[in-house]
Design a protein around this ligand. Structure first.
Ligand SMILES: Cc1cc2nc3c(=O)[nH]c(=O)nc-3n(C[C@H](O)[C@H](O)[C@H](O)COP(=O)(O)O)c2cc1C
Length: 168
């Protein structure tokens, strides 16, 4: 099974979860930033797993990212703004007939869901959802991930691979 895990990540939490999911899926899984997951790369992929942080109660918007660039000096570490957003990636993604799953990293108590927004868009493009969106929790605004979340991400990756195998 060919899978890609494509992510938006500014402080590394979502990228770390993406790598753990890939480990759980096993051989055939590739972790890609949005600009690496080109239409050509994803054309023969069986499963797309897409993830982003929940920022400002939603899938990050372009205006939020502009604000983050302006305020970067106030952050404990500057955000990585070198890749297109998940929102922009989804806008240019061609329609397809493969399967898809989505995840987000977030604080536990927040309203809103980036994963739901991602999955909705992927479904609208024709990708069939494998399960519901999954949430991985950070301890504080910039991270780190809660203890055990990377193990849970790996296990979720294995569950996705199993679901794909069960469907044949
Ligand atoms: C400016 C800013 C806004 C945030 N807004 C939210 C939010 O609305 N809800 C939430 O659950 N977490 C929020 N967070 C926490 C991030 O979702 C969390 O740190 C995430 O793991 C960051 O992912 P990244 O390290 O991959 O960029 C916010 C963090 C920052 C820095």
């Amino acid at each position: 099974m060919k899978a890609i895990i494509v992510y938006e990540s500014h402080w590394g939490n979502t990228a770390a979860v993406a790598r753990a999911i890939a480990e759980g899926i096993g051989s055939g899984a590739r972790v890609l930033a949005t600009d690496e997951a080109t239409a050509e790369v994803i054309s023969d992929v069986d499963l797309i797993v897409a993830g982003s942080p929940l920022l400002g109660f939603s899938l990050p918007t372009e205006s939020m990212l502009k604000g983050m660039a302006t305020n970067a000096s106030k952050d404990p570490t500057p955000p990585d703004l070198s890749h297109p957003s998940m929102r922009a990636w989804l806008e240019t993604l061609p329609s397809g007939s493969g399967r898809a799953a989505a995840f987000e990293t977030r604080i536990w108590w927040s309203p809103g869901s980036a994963a739901k927004a991602i999955l909705k868009r992927l479904e609208a493009l024709g990708y069939g959802p494998v399960g519901k969106g999954e949430r991985f929790i950070v301890e504080d605004k910039y991270g780190p991930l809660r203890a055990g979340e990377l193990e849970r991400a790996k296990a979720w990756g294995a569950t996705l691979a199993q679901a794909m195998a069960d469907e044949g």
